[in-house]
Design a protein around this ligand. Structure first.
Ligand SMILES: O=C(O)CCC(=O)C(=O)O
Ligand SMILES: [Fe+2]
Length: 358
């Protein structure tokens, strides 16, 4: 039985009028896209799409400081960095992923059937943790845009709690010839963000819950299914409808990488080639107060995770979001997984308050 949602009134549901279909369902090939209702929508005034060429949001590795990346994310919602990874690093990543793709190639749930996904790669492939999740630029952008720290009165003290960003999903995608394009979507749907119109000047990273870090494991082209993206759509109203004509194709050489706000409208495009396979890995970092999109704990093999450092385990979601978030028997889960790890408080700092100032 589906969850009865009609009284969960939000500013998005208020704008819809939903009625049952009178005729039989139009069923598409993807079950989740089968139409079961008719919706009337109050559409917002549209913000025009940005007419930019990819060079506007492309940096060299040398130019790609965290601040430079964030400036382009603020403006376009996307920033591509040329040759962030060496060819040899990408070869080693592919070598570790090859057998995992092999295991998935006959998965009957593939949609479209030409697209193989290796999900939750951080729990299967240490190199993804060591080279992609732990890439200094990924960690620096996550730190500036998504890490949280806060001060709370606890009696006479002020306590500081921190909540580091954690991996939300880490899916490798391999799309083969004849794969059809995906429908345009935002990846922050899972966080139930409500998007309000913003301008480049008024934009705040506070409106963002996840940032994707997409690594080209092969060359990606318009022909072989590069991700298509609507630059600037992170500034749009929640219900502004995406149009295919507004997309640009994020073509990357093997070893290039792209940061993308999860609020940007995008999708995989069709692979129109006869013989080219397109492979990328998109790792999303998300705020630690939200659920991870991929449930890392359900099949977690704690022995596998013990190889990682405390800092890596923190970014994987095996730590406390201070105070108390994600606790196990009132403790930081790191105490359970990392031998010798001890902590005496559930906060980063406990401060005695001597005086107040205006
Ligand atoms: O494969 C791609 O280029 C994008 C995939 C994607 O957007 C998704 O599965 O959410
Ligand atoms: Fe997506």
């Amino acid at each position: 039985m589906t969850f009865p949602y009609t009284n969960c009134t939000t500013t998005t549901l208020n704008r819809l009028q939903i009625t049952p279909l009178e005729t039989s369902h139009e069923v598409s090939e993807t079950p989740s896209l089968a139409e079961t209702k008719i919706a009337k929508v109050h559409l917002p005034t549209a913000i025009p799409a940005l007419d930019v060429s990819p060079t506007a949001f492309t940096l060299t590795k040398e130019e790609a400081t965290p601040d430079a990346v964030m400036e382009l994310l603020r403006k376009y919602g996307i920033c591509t960095i040329k040759k962030l990874f060496d060819a040899s690093e990408i070869d080693s990543i592919n070598e570790e992923l090859d057998p995992l793709f092999e295991l998935k190639k006959n998965d009957p749930r593939l949609f479209p059937k030409e697209t193989i996904r290796v999900t939750n790669t951080v729990s299967k492939s240490p190199i993804v943790v060591n080279k992609i999740l732990s890439h200094p630029l990924n960690l620096a952008v996550a730190h500036k845009a998504l890490d949280q720290a806060n001060a709370f009165w606890i009696g006479n003290n002020i306590n500081i709690g921190t909540c580091p960003a954690i991996v939300s999903s880490s899916i490798a995608f391999q799309i083969s010839p004849n794969a059809a394009c995906q429908a345009l979507h935002r990846d922050d749907q899972s966080d139930h963000n409500i998007r309000y119109p913003q301008t480049y000047e008024s934009f705040s990273f506070n409106s963002e819950s996840q940032i994707g870090f997409s690594v080209a494991l092969t060359k990606t082209t318009r022909q072989n299914g590069a991700t298509r993206i609507i630059p600037g759509s992170h500034l749009w109203d929640h219900l502004q409808k995406p149009n295919e004509e507004d997309c640009i194709y994020n073509e990357m050489e093997k070893g290039d990488a792209t940061f993308m706000l999860a609020s940007v409208l995008h999708s995989a495009s069709s692979n129109l080639t006869k013989d080219e396979v397109r492979r990328i890995l998109i790792l999303f970092m998300g705020r630690g107060i939200y659920r991870q999109k991929e449930n890392i704990f359900f099949n977690a093999d704690l022995e596998y995770f013990k190889q990682f450092s405390v800092e890596q385990l923190r970014r994987l979601g095996f730590a406390m979001s201070e105070p108390y978030g994600n606790m196990v028997e009132l403790q930081d889960p790191l105490v359970k997984i990392k031998e010798g790890y001890r902590r005496t408080t559930n906060y980063s700092d406990i401060c005695r308050v001597n005086s107040q100032y205006e």
